[in-house]
Design a protein around this ligand. Sequence first.
Ligand SMILES: Nc1ncnc2c1ncn2[C@@H]1O[C@H](COP(=O)(O)OP(=O)(O)OP(=O)(O)O)[C@@H](O)[C@H]1O
Length: 272
Amino acid sequence: MTFRLDNLTVRHLAAAAATPPALHALDLLVEPGEQLALIGPSGAGKTTLLATLACAHRPASGRLAVFGQDPWSLPQAARHRLRARLFLAPQTPPLPPRQRVVTAVLAARLPQWSLWQALASLLRPSDPGAAHAALARFGLGDKLYARVDRLSGGERQRCGLARLLLSSAEALLVDEPISALDPSLARHTLAALQQEAAARKATLVCSLHQVEMARAHFPRLVGLRDGRIVFDAPREAVSDAMIAALYENEHVQPAPFHPHESPDRIAVGACF
Ligand SMILES: Nc1ncnc2c1ncn2[C@@H]1O[C@H](COP(=O)(O)OP(=O)(O)OP(=O)(O)O)[C@@H](O)[C@H]1O
């Protein structure tokens, strides 16, 4: 078992006491090598769930097992070793802006390196060939020596994913990997991620806003809403009605349209 959640509730430390938990009484089993997509509306808890699986949030109650171990009952050093078996790719990767792409990508190997290897790689990239190969898988081979702050949003996102290829993680936790990509790049990027996970027999949990991509590419879909699992099913069992119910949003009211407003006024209003 890669992940097992029993009645797991997670609260953000910064959230007001009266706020409902970000994740509420979740039960979830994820087997080694499984590929599943997390879908659900904004604020459903997808990012929180990925961070919880990555042992970045301590649950408020319930049980979490990662590779059969409760990370929060382990001594800190053992928890770090457990985390090194996971790779969390955030939606916006925290890449140092003035760093070269090659250095930023090779930093994925930090958990495998000694302090001296890490310092030496900062001065002279230790394995630029591996960084280039990883970048090339995401169509970024020509950016090896570019500065991170000169990349576009989509290029930064793919640079973050190239780091994943250099890690030795057994579970890949990926948060909205295609949110800044055009449709063709999005398909290519998802395929590269899924091929990598399959090749190393790693578990892949991926949050996506592109529901049709999730349905087309992932064998299992977990629908989250308001911090609860609404469905957890093979894609063939997920109907259009289930998707519509997941995203039904009674909180958003359509803005009133005033036909007497001139296009200029509408444009100015839209800017501010
Ligand atoms: N750092 C934080 N402190 C307090 N509350 C937070 C924090 N991060 C997220 N939340 C709250 O937790 C809930 C779940 O947020 P989360 O980011 O996990 O949702 P999400 O499904 O990933 O949303 P999106 O699709 O918009 O990225 C939301 O109500 C959000 O406001």
